[in-house]
Design a protein around this ligand. Structure first.
Ligand code: NAP
Length: 298
């Protein structure tokens, strides 16, 4: 039986693994595929201590390297269910089961869908949620980025370097995004802000060729080749855990040591209810959760 199984290999899960190993626990990470985690979609990280600027993919690779250097195995399997028993927990993947005294949930969050006509049909055919993953396909083309948070502004800035035009479409005229991102985007010539506007429909037969935009009461068609949805995230709690306390948004409620209401079950990073969703706060959870486990085992 492993002391700690961590589900998810994003910044929070990887950091928890290092702290667990150094506290003398046996630890294993189960992850459905590292490329799925949010950090790998960050175009440019400029606020992680020690790096003036680094891509999310590169920063994540450094985290993985650090974990592997500590002889911690990352097993590429998706967890389908979690069962609590007298000894602790059994974590089930499709084909295997793993026993652990403690489980740390670190599955993070994923993008919200826009919920508009054409979105699902044209997903992968011009509709994307990740500029770093798919931006290259839109070189010298026109794209629309939807949202007014850090993700939308940073994706617009990233895309502006090689796209012909970037339309930043936001439903208000003020932004959730950090002001330095807004200022930078405003200074870039080929980013056009379309404010107080919502996208009603994504158009195109086999590939995106435009969107229908509503500004005040006027609906107009805007030609574009790609649409990047950046309207926020939802917790990736994809299997049921009876009796687990979550908030109405589905985020797991924890205390300051990342303890859930179930003994031996912890949650770190973006999957838990918190005020600030940053790489550095997710990484900090690694230290907090192991302190929580140490306290619970005394
Ligand atoms: P967010 O901060 O929740 O912003 C979502 C944006 O989408 C808001 O502007 C919101 O509009 C808009 N929106 C929501 N639902 C919509 C809908 N149905 N139709 C149209 N617009 C809609 O999400 P995020 O930008 O993904 O950022 C999430 C977290 O990750 C934040 O804490 C952010 O700081 C962090 N993050 C950090 C970095 C970085 O460190 N550089 C990069 C990316 C993300 P309203 O404003 O009107 O509600």
């Amino acid at each position: 039986m492993t002391d700690i199984i961590i589900i998810g290999a994003g910044p929070a899960g990887l950091s928890a693994a290092i702290y667990a190993k150094r506290a003398g626990y046996s630890v294993m990470i189960l992850d459905k595929g590292a490329s799925e985690c949010q950090i790998t979609k960050a175009t440019e990280v400029e606020n992680y201590l020690g790096y003036l600027s680094i891509t999310g993919i590169d920063l994540h690779s450094k985290f993985v390297e650090h974990v592997k250097a500590n002889d911690i195995s990352i097993i590429k399997k998706a967890v389908v269910s979690l069962e609590q028993n007298d000894a602790g927990f059994t974590v089930h993947t499709r084909k295997d089961s793993f026993d652990a005294k403690n489980v740390i949930l670190a599955m993070g969050r994923s993008h919200k869908h826009l919920g508009i006509e054409g979105e699902e049909r044209l997903s992968g055919a011009g509709v994307s949620y990740c500029a770093t993953c798919d931006g290259f396909f839109f070189k010298n083309k026109s794209v629309a980025v939807i949202g007014g948070g850090d993700s939308a502004l940073s994706q617009a800035i990233y895309l502006s370097a090689f796209c012909k035009n970037v339309y930043l479409i936001h439903r208000r005229d003020t932004f959730r995004a950090a002001s330095y991102l807004v200022d930078r985007a405003k200074s870039i010539e080929n980013i056009e802000f379309i404010l107080n506007s919502t996208v009603q429909e994504i158009l195109g037969e086999s590939f995106v060729n435009g969107i229908r935009v509503k500004t005040n009461d006027t609906i107009s068609k805007l030609d574009c080749d790609g649409v990047f949805g950046a309207i926020g995230e939802k917790a990736n709690l994809n299997f049921e855990i009876p009796a687990l306390n979550t908030n109405p948004q589905g985020q797991i409620i924890t205390d300051n040591y990342c303890r859930t209401n179930i003994h031996g079950l912890y949650a770190v990073g973006d999957i838990r209810e918190r005020e600030v969703y940053q790489i550095i706060t997710a990484v900090a959870d690694g230290a907090l959760v192991i302190e929580g486990i140490l306290k619970d085992s005394n």
